[in-house]
Design a binder for this molecule. Structure first.
Ligand code: NCD
Length: 310
């Protein structure tokens, strides 16, 4: 079912593999809810987390996921590492590889860096976000959250709103949602739309009202200020006025539409704080919960493939 050696992106996955991974994640989500937090699927395996970019929830989520399945988990403090002394990414990777890890979880500010690293090591590599390229476990946890809330993951209308251009979350999500035959609408100012986006077979608009009409799912994105070099939006106030999600704008979507955000949130910039906390509409906390389950499933399936490869 799931035949991958690494999880580098959504792009290489077959819809059947996506479904298999989500089924496994559902199993782990339910087990965790029952209080079963000590499995042995990764017993005897070493997991190294290498985060070259700041992260709170993703790193914590991968660490908890590994520990819940019995892995020996180590977090490399990349800010303090030899990279500062001039070592290249590849040298760091080869050094770590010599310590014989089984699972390497990598976040890096440059698109493609994780793929490059995967070519140099013997273990399974999981992409925890590379530049503007992909963030596969985020798209998978979003998919699981949607599937559980809506009862299906096909023929839904999903609006993804905000800073699409700088967002690996948007990119992985639109690939996944397209593979599962959903209708995807991208909403945001033209300055925050990537060029050539038309090729993805999505609808694009800069009008929130029009874009949200009939949506089953409304996914908000953070303004990625750290990836901007100025001049993308007139002001945060103006941005909130036109693109910030509040109850009035949400009224254009279906009455049972769910609200999502990958976090971290800029309250009052891309989303109204009260709406983000409204448990009748917002599934933001479920996304975090499903994140751990999806990462358990991904590492479990990759470890099984490692064992088969011998
Ligand atoms: C996302 C990321 O890092 O790409 N956050 C996350 O993984 N929880 C989105 C973001 O930073 O806005």
């Amino acid at each position: 079912m799931f035949t991958q050696r690494h999880l580098l992106g959504i792009e290489p996955l077959h819809p059947v593999e996506i479904a298999a991974l989500l089924d496994r994640a559902d199993h782990y989500a339910e087990a965790t809810r029952r209080g079963e937090k000590h499995g042995d699927a990764l017993e005897g395996l070493t997991q190294i987390n290498m985060f070259f970019e700041n992260s709170t929830r993703t790193q914590a989520s991968f660490e908890i996921a590994g520990k819940r399945l019995g892995a020996d988990v180590m977090n490399m403090a990349m800010q303090a590492s030899s990279l500062k002394k001039g070592e290249t990414l590849i040298d760091t990777a080869l050094t770590l590889n010599a310590m014989r890890p089984d699972l390497l979880v990598v976040r890096h500010p440059h698109s493609g860096a994780v793929n490059l690293l995967a070519e140099k090591v013997n273990c399974a590599v999981l992409n925890a976000g590379d530049g503007r390229h992909e963030h596969p476990t985020q798209a998978l946890l979003d998919a699981l959250t949607i599937r559980r809330a809506k009862g299906r993951l096909h023929r839904l209308t999903v609006a993804i709103c905000g800073d699409i251009a700088h967002s690996r979350v948007a990119r992985s999500n639109l690939i996944l949602l397209g593979k599962m035959e959903n209708r995807v609408r991208l909403i945001g100012p033209p300055t925050l739309m990537p060029s050539g986006i038309g090729e993805f077979g999505v609808e694009v608009t800069d009008d929130m009202e029009e874009g949200l009409k009939g949506a089953d799912v409304v996914m908000m994105l953070r303004l990625q200020k750290e990836r901007m070099d100025g001049g993308f939006i007139p002001s945060e106030r103006e941005y909130y006025h036109r693109f910030g999600l509040d109850a009035a704008k949400l009224a254009n979507a279906k009455p049972d539409a769910i609200v999502m955000h990958p976090g971290p949130m800029n309250r009052g910039v891309e989303i109204d704080g009260t709406l983000a906390d409204d448990i009748n509409r917002s599934v933001i906390q479920e996304q975090v919960e499903m994140g751990v389950a999806v990462r358990m499933a991904a590492m479990d399936l990759l470890a099984q493939n490692l064992a088969k490869a011998g």
